[in-house]
Write a protein that binds this ligand. Structure first.
Ligand SMILES: [Zn+2]
Ligand SMILES: [Zn+2]
Length: 269
């Protein structure tokens, strides 16, 4: 199975997950043109996408969904709350109902050779989910747009080989930055976004659960309140990925940052 970020950040998200047989997208929050360009770099024909799995209705996750659906008639998978919220937008109101498939958190389903498990997340949207994918005994997950993690999230991420994990902001940058008070509070709340520190903590917890996790791709970085090197260094410090403290299990562990506007390396598990 392969995991690749076509775009990840507070300005637009689109992630590819696939096998030789099945091609999926998690979210379509960038323009149709950029999605097509990203897929063609991956040598995937946009018309052959087997499903677009939506995490939630915020614009940075659905901006290009209308175009992609109209152009290619691609099936959409989302929770009831997300579907209702999407259909209430002008761009998606006329989406043919036969293309929309309702899914539920903790109710796994199969798309060809991939088992998809939607996971509840705490975020200020109607009914948001993250996703875990399993094929041929290996798992990857896309976990962004959540204000906090708990035992339930940890349980659902145990055993994944690769993880795209939100590292949205640096708390100090956010607090000192120019965002209005209410927006700062929203981002910092339990229904907001994971900070670099929290992403580091969660990575540390997952690494201590076993040695399956080989790659963490940090994503959904804020343009205002974070930057690649800061997210990377904060998480690296948190997990002790530095000379002396290097745990044996970390020798083949890779930490990367997904670009806002450029495709990540393709992670194969
Ligand atoms: Zn988002
Ligand atoms: Zn969101």
């Amino acid at each position: 199975m392969k995991l690749c970020s076509i775009a990840s950040g507070s300005s637009g998200n689109c992630i590819y997950v696939g096998t030789g047989k099945t091609n999926l997208l998690v979210d379509a929050g960038i323009s149709g043109k950029r999605i097509e360009a990203g897929l063609s770099e991956l040598l995937v024909d946009a018309a052959k996408i087997d499903g677009i799995l939506i995490t939630h209705e915020h614009l940075d996750h659905i901006k290009g969904l209308g175009v992609m659906t109209r152009r290619y008639g691609l099936p959409i998978y989302a929770t009831k709350g997300t579907i209702d919220a999407m259909l209430a937008t002008k761009d998606l109101a006329k989406t043919p109902h036969e293309l929309i498939h309702e899914i539920r958190a903790d109710d796994p389903f199969e798309l060809n050779d991939i088992t998809v498990n939607p996971i509840h997340i705490s975020h200020d949207a109607a009914d948001p989910v993250a996703y875990r994918f399993t094929s041929d005994g290996r798992s990857v997950a896309v976990m962004t747009d959540l204000g906090k993690y708990d035992e339930y999230i940890i349980d659902n991420l145990k055993g994944v080989s690769a993880l795209l994990l939100e590292a949205n902001h640096d708390v100090n940058m956010l607090e000192a930055g120019r965002y209005p008070y209410y927006l700062k509070q929203r981002i910092l709340s339990d229904r907001g976004h994971l900070s670099n520190d929290t992403a580091g903590e969660l990575t540390e917890v997952l690494l201590s659960c076993g040695d399956d996790l080989k790659t963490v791709l940090l994503g959904h970085l804020s343009k205002e309140n974070n930057y690649d090197k800061l997210a990377y260094e904060t998480v690296r410090m948190e997990i002790g990925l530095t000379g002396e403290r290097l745990m044996p299990s970390l020798t083949d562990f890779r930490l990367m940052v997904a670009g806002r506007d450029k495709r990540s390396e393709c992670i194969a598990v």
